[in-house]
Design a protein around this ligand. Sequence first.
Ligand code: PMV
Length: 306
Amino acid sequence: MPCSISPGKVILFGEHFVVKGEPALGLAVSLYAKVCVEYGSGKIYSKNLGVIEKDSPHYPLFNRIMTTIDKRYGLAKPVDIVIESSIPVSSGMGSSAAVAVATTSSLLELIGVSYTRRDIWEIAHEAEKAVHVNPSGVDTTLSTYGGLLLYRAGEFKRIELSLPKNVSLVIVNTGIQRNTGVVVREVLELKERLGVVGDYVYKAAGSIIDKALEAIKASDPHALAILMLVNHGLLWAMGVSCRKCDDIIYELLDSGALGAKISGAGRGGIIIALVEKSRVNEVFERLSKRYEIYIAEPDYHGVRVL
Ligand code: PMV
């Protein structure tokens, strides 16, 4: 019974600004979707969501994977799929892409064809189109290949660097779900209204990426953390924060985090913080009573068969 795991992701820098051509930096993180498959009766079962029936909004993702694989390689018999994911859903962490990538990987193992990571990416990206309008491919790319990804104007570049070893990422789920499309549209409207002021905000956000890459190269978590706060300030200026988001950021900083910011579309979703490993337990203890909180490390491997 082949099983695969694939990582979720966070956006370290540049969300929203990337929509207007500035660069952004994403990172695959150690929260995983695990998917096992075997020949059976065509049942899809998620440990979080229960049985996924044909009328479920989640069904099209799996259906598209199976029809795409069938077209490419032939999928002789019905398969059962079992999903177990620790990636929070609808929070901007790419849970559907991770499930799509892990499902594709396990199915290709099951049918025993030879395949590359690029094949997994293509099939999972096709499946993402069945559930998201116009997916950028960022989530699928990070889930497939892992690591750090610089992207700009639809172009992806894997960055062969590692985050400083003495820090972890702490991820707090605000529990506020929002519609990415609506937030993106409102941010773009505000940018237009702001005119040249908006242009400066976007330029500043773009130049954060160069500084962030320098900080990563120099293995300097303090420099990286300040840039996260500045990036959050720019997102705040564009109306992307929320009261609970800012409360959580202050609590993270008060408990010892070096820096923190919204990650993804904002107005809720997740907050990410950079925390020295020696202080992670303290931060976790202080916030876990009231929030859903995860300690994560970068994942530099992407999808793998277990
Ligand atoms: O919350 P997420 O991971 O779906 O990220 C949205 C990122 C935006 O920059 C706000 C939109 C986009 O398509 O890049």
